[in-house]
Design a protein around this ligand. Structure first.
Ligand SMILES: C[S@@+](CC[C@H](N)C(=O)[O-])C[C@H]1O[C@@H](n2cnc3c(N)ncnc32)[C@H](O)[C@@H]1O
Length: 213
């Protein structure tokens, strides 16, 4: 028969285990880089900052200290517990929320700023959702890793490497082919352009997407 203490430990460990294996292990962003990224994104009161894969909650807590609201999402319940405790210590619980969830299944439409420290292929996988769900003008900042074919608006060098900024452009007005290119972006339209659309270059473009003015 199983020792009752051992049984309790097994139950506790099962309850704390992530729903599935995290896509990337936990490595915190140094605090000076967090601050540089929030500066780069221009985080201010009124912003809603989502950190997808939030770890100990440092992005969201730092954003809340600037008067923004923050939501941290992590698949690992231990990280969420730690983030919740850190928010309590920092006195910002009223402005933050931490959710145990898969970032690829989380509704992000209310975010005005998204912070990322994932991996290059995870950024590229997330890219279509960022473009489709975030409102025009929302900012995305990523620590160390870019977004493949989506060129950043700005790149700065922080203390441990590059940090990238993208701004979500105007709504996608028309895409002639829905077939994604190898990088996951819609193909550049090849045929004649409808008169109501201008070349992507004139309206601002993300690797071949035609955008409304
Ligand atoms: C490199 S750490 C970054 C932590 C924090 N954003 C920072 O920069 O300090 C990545 C985090 O993503 C979480 N993670 C990995 N896969 C995830 C997924 N599919 N959904 C939500 N969180 C995930 C990990 O548990 C880990 O805490």
């Amino acid at each position: 028969m199983l020792n009752p203490l051992l049984a309790a430990l097994v139950v506790w460990q099962t309850a704390q285990a992530p729903a599935r294996k995290p896509d990337v292990i936990y490595v915190p962003t140094p605090q000076d880089v967090v601050d540089a990224m929030l500066d780069l994104a221009g985080v201010k009161p009124g912003d809603v900052v989502y950190d997808l894969g939030c770890g100990d909650g440092r992005f969201v807590i730092s954003a809340a200290k600037r008067g923004a609201r923050g939501v941290g999402v992590d698949i690992d319940p231990d990280r969420i517990e730690e983030a919740t405790m850190n928010a309590r210590r920092a006195g910002v619980t009223s402005r933050v929320k931490f959710i145990t969830a898969d970032l690829f299944e989380t509704d992000i439409h209310e975010a005005t700023v998204v912070t990322l420290f994932l991996l290059p292929d995870l950024n590229v996988k997330l890219r279509p959702r960022l473009l489709a769900e975030l409102r025009p003008g929302a900012r995305v900042v990523s620590h160390l890793f870019d977004m493949g074919g989506w060129k950043p608006d700005r790149t700065i060098t922080a203390s441990d490497g590059p940090v990238y900024l993208w701004t979500i452009p105007g709504k996608v007005a028309h895409v002639q082919s829905r077939t994604p290119d190898r990088a996951g972006l819609p193909r550049r339209p090849g045929g004649a352009r409808p008169s109501s659309f201008r070349p992507a270059r004139a309206a601002g473009a993300i690797a071949g997407i035609m955008l409304a003015r």
